[in-house]
Design a protein around this ligand. Sequence first.
Ligand code: SAM
Length: 278
Amino acid sequence: MRVDIVSIFPEYFAPLDLSLIGKARANGTLRLAVHDLRTWTHDVHRTVDDTPYGGGPGMVMRPEPWGEALDALAPAAPTPGGTTPEGAIPDGAIPDGGSASPRLLVPTPAGRRFTQAMAHELAAESHLLFACGRYEGIDQRVLDHAATRMRVTEVSLGDYVLFGGEVAVLVILEAVTRLLPGVLGNAGSLDEESHAHGLLEAPMYTKPATWRGHDVPEVLRSGDHGRIARWRRDEALLRTAVRRPDMLAALPPESLDKRDRAALDRGGFQPPTGHVAK
Ligand code: SAM
């Protein structure tokens, strides 16, 4: 996968040399380049912001450097026209992204909420281009213009406001990179972890068996793989019911069999209603 990041703080991305992302870069799974937006300024102060039209506090990122940056990193390719009222072609509206066009991701608290499902969606892309906003964000025309020639997704980490898009990009890249083939030593862990199938993961333990008076549950030391799998499933269901009732309610009823329902029932929780799998 190719990834380009444009920011006024390229130093923010130093951690991308570390750990498994660093390894993915070293072995070519991830071809990542960080670009300083100020490269595309032409005044002596390398200005990237100005006051907002209509007044109000703060500064807005000027369109010219962003326009040049996107021209350089995503050379124009013919794509179907048309924009939504928000100015962006909806995700997936260009069938193959114009094949040569990257998918432009713009972090903003006004964007689509980033989830594990979106991480999977992005991991299937061949080229991601991130535009990191600062101040009060990027002039809207940059996104509207980009949307005429590539897919644009405005993405939010959650319902809070950060100083800039850099941290959001680090989060998104961590979640996406670990889904790329060959990045995780044991790809099986992707299948069992939280959010993989609409549940939180069961609690995990390692040695020693007793620590400060707390024992590892007996079942996990039994060597009985069937019992262990059942225990983990029950714990995952109960944990999800307690901590994330919204996730439990969103489970397709047919994904829960009678034993799942019995576990929830024993815990005093109401499983989602509908067809019961055997
Ligand atoms: N004025 C903007 C608003 O109210 O929507 C907030 C701008 S914020 C101070 C500056 C930049 O931080 C944004 O352009 C975006 O890149 C980033 N940012 C802030 N909160 C974010 C969030 N929850 N998710 C993703 N990016 C965020």
